[in-house]
Design a protein around this ligand. Structure first.
Ligand SMILES: [Zn+2]
Length: 145
């Protein structure tokens, strides 16, 4: 387990500050959990991982932390069909690949302009705040990571 580095702490503090919030040990720990293992965990998984670092934390607090991280723009929610919401701290433009065999979700980097180009297919009267791109299929060979 890795503690939150100075740079990550500053990123967190700045983003929270922008949305009128403060960094707390709980928020730092939940953010660290997301940064450490970027496998798009569900809230339950984030709770289990956070609890191993901070045994006294409650599920409600973890939910609140996740909500705060999402609202401050540090973490994105990923919704795949009927599955529980997953969380992703990767802020670079990327698509997701959902493996039907394992249920895992992987990041696929996408060139900066491509997501904007995708939004251009929208007729003028539509205005999109975000674009999500999800590939579904299966990996020929399960990645080791
Ligand atoms: Zn992602």
């Amino acid at each position: 387990m890795r503690l939150l580095g100075q740079e990550d702490k500053e990123t967190l503090a700045m983003a929270l500050d922008h949305s009128g919030q403060r960094a707390t040990p709980q928020r730092e720990t939940v953010f660290g959990v997301l940064l450490d293992q970027r496998d798009h965990p569900t809230a339950d998984e984030v709770y289990a991982r956070t609890k191993s670092r901070m045994p006294t934390i409650s599920m409600a607090t973890v939910y609140n932390c996740l909500e705060t991280l999402v609202s401050s723009g540090l973490v994105k929610q990923v919704n795949i069909e009927r599955e529980p919401t997953r969380y992703c701290p990767n802020l670079a433009p990327h698509a997701h690949f959902h493996c039907r065999d394992t249920g895992r979700v992987y990041d696929v980097p996408v060139p900066e302009g491509m997501m904007k180009d995708l939004a251009k297919v929208l007729p003028g009267e539509y205005s999109a705040d975000s674009v999500e791109l999800v590939f579904r299929g299966h990996l020929a060979k399960e990645k080791t990571k």
